[in-house]
Design a protein around this ligand. Sequence first.
Ligand SMILES: [Fe+2]
Ligand SMILES: [Fe+2]
Length: 268
Amino acid sequence: MKNTMKVLFIGDIVGRSGRKILAKKWDLLKNKFNFDIVICNGENSAGGLGINAKTAEELLELGVDGITLGNHTWGQREWLSQAFHYEQICRPINSPEEWPGYDHLFIEKDQFKIIVINLLGQAFMQPVLLNPFQMIENKITYLKEKYQTKNIIIDFHAESTAEKMMMGYFLQDKVSAILGTHTHVQTADEKILGNGTGYISDVGMTGPSNGVIGMDKKIALRRVLDQLPSTYRLEKSDQVMLNAVLLTLDARAGQCIKIERIFLEEKL
Ligand SMILES: [Fe+2]
Ligand SMILES: [Fe+2]
């Protein structure tokens, strides 16, 4: 039985070009990295804001095994009635219990089992009900027991690098990996914490390269220059990037052996 599990985690997929580059690079990534499981953050997959059935299905049909969300979970209103249709998609675990949708993922594929959690940070973010530091430990213990696996990945969706590092040290040796998302800028600080917890402050984003975190740079600039309201739009340039990390896990111990950063960019 294979003991090494390779997990590809793809940073926030932004709009159509983000979905397109993933589809285009899928075979190349599969051949190069031979991943067992693919997880992506999909909170910006529909027009840059939120997710809906159309973009969710497009990603799942590609072969994505699990999708996490974040502060833009409800960017598309129709997701309120669609969220419970997708067991492979989870919203933040520390959001109000009444929210529709699943609060964690359990993926069982081939001989592998893995739990995936989406956790929202507090600094410079909309207020969330539960402090992520105070609530997460009990959840981890409960879920590991429930599914009888030590493989657990946290997508920590937060703005502040300091908060992400604190979460990394707080959960080291309790989970297989803590992967930051949300800033859309990939950081070069991937490492193994403790005896086997993969860590990176931010995986980055997958979508238009030449905008301001995926958005049209002229509109973004106007908002700060004139300080008059204008609606964000996706950056239109055809230069597109794909940001991800590849985790190699010891599937019995639930430990990360290796974390590799992936950054591809090209004209679509
Ligand atoms: Fe995002
Ligand atoms: Fe976000």
